[in-house]
Design a protein around this ligand. Structure first.
Ligand code: SDX
Length: 428
């Protein structure tokens, strides 16, 4: 294959270099297109065919159902690593040694205290507020309490901001949930592991000691690893483009949380549970919902199905499906919703509409079933997705700033009115 692409416009030919990634992906580099052609641009709504950057963090192959973080397979990492190791790997590019892992955790714990004034902001929200809106606001508020902007040319300054957000974010997650539940807010216990402490902050009852359940620790650890990064998805692209204006790390992550909230993206895990509940209340009539999902006049979609990149099984969904059986079995939880989900999956995988469009279960299809078995409220499911995706957002933001990427500013094709003379109010 030639390493250039030729474009013919109006009888003129233009050549553009083809770049190739380390996994053989090819892209036409059109950096010079508009200048060379006197103003012609490309257009690609939703960026289905357009790369925004070169990145060395996550590789996924949608046709083969492959997902790797810094070259390590998601299957290996979910099975053999803990979440903090994966956080370190995504952000710094290598799996940490024991010493690096322990220092990283110690530095995170050292920065985990959140200014008490943040509780006053939290007090301002009604209990009915969606946790994703609260979390996005509190994350943005961290900027007010940590005003110094990040000097990305200083590894030390960047590291300090990274351990700050990794320390404070789980506290904000726990406080967001407990505020809705009318429970006191605390910091857990610094002697615990990163994920263990998240569980204690979220679930400790004020009048009894918290007993750590290794089943819950392992389940949450695995879920956070599976959600940790996913190359240039909607929320990560948001974090990158906000950060490309040199807005701070916390502000960029706050924007990413808002993007993740949408039901077509991270909000799907909540929407899946609501859909499965509706099917259960409807007597388990999966065929009715399959028909709705295929009916173009019906806005209903089979939530947790389909993916912009995966045209095969989402490898994360496979792992979560197995984990769902294990966790519910270990916890002794019987949840009819899991059976409905499996039935729906079986039907969709045989249905021409879904087969033809290569619609498979994605990461959101089964994750909510585990969160629910763990006692996490449905409205908190997308917050748990954000907790997992935080290291991916950090890693991608750091890469974008350190590679000194230009400010993101797409072009458009104008389809509005041509020039018109102004008509004064009296004459209109
Ligand atoms: C995440 O990008 C990432 O990496 C995201 C993510 C991550 O880790 O960051 O993986 C996390 O967001 C997973 C996706 C969670 N969302 C859902 O489960 C919501 C339901 N799924 C869809 O809305 C949809 O599949 C998307 C948004 C995920 C992908 O949409 P695309 O790529 O824009 O595809 P499309 O909307 O153009 O659909 C192609 C066809 C259409 O039909 P036709 O016009 O060809 O007739 O497939 C149909 C769609 O109507 N279709 C569905 C469907 N998903 C696509 N029909 C019914 N149910 C669905 N779920």
């Amino acid at each position: 294959m030639s390493n250039t692409a030729t474009l013919e416009i109006g009888g003129n030919k233009y050549e553009f270099p083809i770049i190739e990634g380390s996994e053989g992906e090819k892209a036409i580099d059109i950096k010079t297109l508009r200048g060379a052609t006197g103003g012609v641009i490309t257009i690609d709504p939703g960026y289905k065919n357009t790369g925004s950057c070169e990145s060395g963090i996550t590789f996924l192959d949608g046709e083969k159902g492959i997902l790797r973080y810094r070259g390590y397979s998601i299957e290996d990492l979910a099975e053999k690593a803990d979440f903090l190791e994966v956080v370190y790997l995504l952000i710094f590019g290598e799996l940490p040694t024991k010493e690096q892992h322990d220092k990283f955790h110690a530095d995170i714990k050292d920065k985990a205290i959140v200014d008490e004034e943040v509780k006053k902001i939290l007090d301002g929200f009604p209990k009915s507020a969606h946790p994703m809106g609260v979390l996005s606001s509190l994350t943005s508020a961290l900027t007010a309490f940590n005003p110094s902007s990040v000097n990305v040319d200083s590894e030390e300054d960047l590291y300090r901001s990274i351990v700050k957000i990794l320390g404070k974010f789980p506290v904000l997650v726990a406080w967001t949930m407990r505020k809705k539940q009318g429970l006191p807010l605390d910091y857990g216990d610094n002697s615990l592991g990163y994920v263990e402490n998240i569980l204690k902050m979220m679930f400790r009852k004020p009048n009894e000691e918290y007993t750590m359940n290794p089943i819950l620790v392992n389940a949450l650890d695995k879920l956070l690893i599976l959600h940790a990064d996913h190359e240039q998805n909607c929320s990560t692209s948001t974090v990158r483009i906000v950060g490309s204006s040199h807005a701070g790390l916390f502000a960029s992550i706050s924007a990413g949380i808002s993007a993740l909230w949408g039901p077509l993206h991270g909000g799907a895990n909540q929407a899946v549970l609501e859909m499965l509940e509706a099917i259960r209340e409807d007597g388990g009539d999966t065929k009715k919902y399959m028909a709705k999902a295929k009916d173009k006049s019906d806005p209903f979609r089979l939530m947790g199905f389909g993916h912009r990149v995966y045209k095969n099984f989402d490898p994360r969904a496979k792992i979560i499906k197995v984990a769902a059986d294990e966790v519910l079995g270990d916890l002794g939880v019987e949840d009819p919703i899991l059976d409905i989900a499996k039935g729906l999956e079986q039907e969709a995988l045989k249905d021409e509409y879904f087969v033809q469009r290569k619609l498979y279960p994605n990461v959101d299809f089964y994750s909510g079933i585990i969160y629910r078995a763990m006692g996490i409220p449905t409205e908190m499911f997308t917050v748990m997705f954000a907790l997992g995706r935080l290291p991916g957002w950090i890693a991608q933001w750091r890469e974008m700033r350190q590679r000194k990427e230009p400010i993101g500013r797409p072009r458009q094709v104008y389809i509005g009115e041509n020039y018109r003379n102004f008509v004064s109010l009296e004459k209109r």
